[in-house]
Design a binder for this molecule. Structure first.
Ligand SMILES: *[C@@H]1O[C@H](CO)[C@@H](O)[C@H](O)[C@H]1NC(C)=O
Ligand SMILES: *[C@@H]1O[C@H](CO)[C@@H](O)[C@H](O)[C@H]1NC(C)=O
Ligand SMILES: *[C@@H]1O[C@H](CO)[C@@H](O)[C@H](O)[C@H]1NC(C)=O
Ligand SMILES: *[C@@H]1O[C@H](CO)[C@@H](O)[C@H](O)[C@H]1NC(C)=O
Ligand SMILES: *[C@@H]1O[C@H](CO)[C@@H](O)[C@H](O)[C@H]1NC(C)=O
Length: 484
């Protein structure tokens, strides 16, 4: 269900990044505060501060989510996040009791930890069976998965998550929509903000390594700015320190927005994002949408910094930092003053996404660091923006197959059907994993000639799955140890 209420919020910026809403403010007496922290709070803060993203593959028993109150927009996001191994690994490894007993409360983190604990590892026998069948089935074509035996757990209602969302809607009744992307942004920002609060408790004071940092702690601003000269002589880059958390380590990318006034130095601003918004009105593919994103736009009404006269000016975006998990938000909903309509068009998206060097500001990234692989898609179905349904396809490493999650129902689905939704079903959110962060490839045995897509793409999936169940049991061990 998708209901458009708030037009104004969405019109404003071409690339409305979802930045972490709270920025780090250097604390004055960290050491004093750290000394007063109780054991659990301190343990929690230490864990979040030291956490390194775990890239190990995960293979879980699929489990549908019931939709008693039209919460398909939430369910679709939860299934996609479950398919995101670094995120799952993080939430399963947080020491549970520390998170519960911490004096700084983190309700969203705790609810998400509890949700993730509702899924069990897939036993290796059942994995093998589907993957044998699906190989045989691919030759047969359309009904390839008919009668296939997926080992699912009983669908359930993620009540705790719904409840948190309900409470947040009461706080700000207006402007809320039943929109999957909005829910995703809410969850990631909330998790990040809550973790940041905890991390701040033991944060070291911001080092004053050089005189180029300007801090304004006094005027109540939560934001401090770093102004420095970059290599392009004379250009000024402004960057706000949003602080790091295990969530930002996984999802946060950065955009560089450059403003160039004729006859002046350029001014760059670095903007963080959790989901990268792409305009699709003029794009037939994700590749084109990315090119449009970084196109030079002439600006009107910009005045010179000294003359106060209107000058010729351009703005240009480039990607500055590529996250481990890149979430693309295809802007299928067109917000106008008279309401919201859905753009009914096809936009092609690849399994293997190569970010072209010209889209990146910095030349330092290698080809491998610019390659992404698709692992989840959230579709919006229905002709109208004001109603409709969300479903999610996730690549399951254990079954070496795509699975379609439609609330309580879970079914295997062929990759070509994943990639070719029929309008009005449109790919609304695309989840990509940076290839250099995937577990190492093992000898590929999948994908003979004639199945280039499935085989080449996910050849290493089976190998990863085995590592996965070992990790989940190890993770479980950590959790129960912390629980005593
Ligand atoms: C989900 O996990 C929580 C916490 O571990 C537990 O209390 C709850 O009963 C579980 N629910 C289901 C449906 O498995
Ligand atoms: C599935 O494949 C494995 C090896 O890839 C083989 O050992 C097993 O017997 C096969 N199972 C079935 C049901 O075909
Ligand atoms: C959330 O609110 C809706 C309507 O206000 C209600 O139907 C639903 O039961 C609530 N869900 C939870 C989990 O509190
Ligand atoms: C989800 O809810 C809709 C009504 O909003 C219903 O038509 C549909 O059958 C439900 N889907 C499943 C799989 O339960
Ligand atoms: C579990 O983790 C420990 C280290 O914490 C490691 O030595 C062990 O090999 C792991 N077990 C498995 C099955 O991977």
């Amino acid at each position: 269900m998708h209901v458009c209420i708030n037009a104004a919020a969405a019109v404003a910026v071409a690339v409305a990044a979802s930045p972490a809403s709270a920025a780090v403010k250097p604390l004055k007496s960290e050491t004093a505060r750290a000394a007063q922290l109780d054991e659990w709070t301190n343990k929690y803060a230490e864990f979040l501060t030291r956490h390194k993203t775990s890239l190990t593959a995960v293979s879980l028993r699929p489990r549908g989510l019931t939709n008693r109150s039209n919460y398909c927009y939430i369910n679709s996001i939860l299934q996609a996040l479950l398919g995101c191994a670094p995120f799952y690994n993080l939430l399963r490894s947080i020491p549970k009791q520390a998170a519960q007993q911490s004096e700084v409360k983190t309700p969203t983190v705790n609810a998400m930890m509890s949700f993730m604990s509702n899924f069990s590892a897939l036993p290796s026998g059942s994995r093998q069976r589907l993957s044998n069948n699906s190989k045989a089935g691919q030759i047969k074509g359309k009904d390839e998965f008919a009668g296939m035996d997926l080992h699912c757990d009983l669908a359930f209602e993620p009540t705790e998550i719904y409840k948190l969302w309900n409470d947040s809607r009461e706080e700000h009744v207006e402007g809320r929509q039943e929109d999957a992307e909005e829910f995703l942004g809410y969850v990631l920002n909330k998790l990040n903000d809550e973790m940041l609060e905890v991390v701040k408790l033991i944060a070291k004071p911001v080092a004053q390594q050089n005189g180029e940092q300007e801090q304004d702690q006094e005027d109540g601003g939560d934001v401090w700015q770093m102004i420095c000269n970059n290599r392009n002589k004379g250009s000024v880059t402004r960057q706000t320190d949003f602080g790091r958390t295990p969530i930002s380590d996984i999802f946060r990318g950065e955009l560089r927005s450059r403003l160039q006034r004729e006859g002046e130095h350029s001014t760059d601003v670095i903007q963080p994002f959790f989901t990268l918004q792409l305009n699709i009105e003029k794009a037939a593919s994700v590749k084109e949408a990315l090119e449009i994103l970084v196109g030079r736009d002439q600006l009107e009404g910009v005045t010179g910094s000294k003359t106060k006269q209107e000058v010729v000016a351009w703005q240009q975006m480039t990607l500055e930092k590529l996250p481990i998990v890149l979430i693309l938000h295809l802007k299928y909903f067109d917000y106008r003053s008279d309401g919201c309509t859905k753009i009914l068009k096809k936009v092609e998206f690849p399994v293997e996404l190569k970010i072209d060097a010209k889209i990146l500001g910095s030349k330092k990234t290698s080809q491998k660091q610019r390659a992404y692989r698709l692992f989840a898609i959230v579709y919006h179905d229905g002709k109208e923006a004001s109603k409709g349904h969300y479903i999610t396809d996730v690549f399951h490493t254990g079954y070496n197959s795509w699975l379609r999650y439609d609330d309580s129902s879970v079914k295997p689905i062929a990759e070509k059907l994943v990639l070719q939704p029929h309008t009005p079903r449109v790919p609304y959110l695309l989840y990509y994993r940076r290839c250099d962060t995937l577990p190492p490839m093992q000898t590929s045995n999948g994908g003979g000639p004639g199945q280039p897509s499935m085989g080449a793409t996910h050849a290493n999936a089976n190998a990863n799955a085995n590592a996965a169940s070992a990790t989940s049991s190890n993770t479980t061990a950590v959790n129960s140890a912390n629980n005593k």
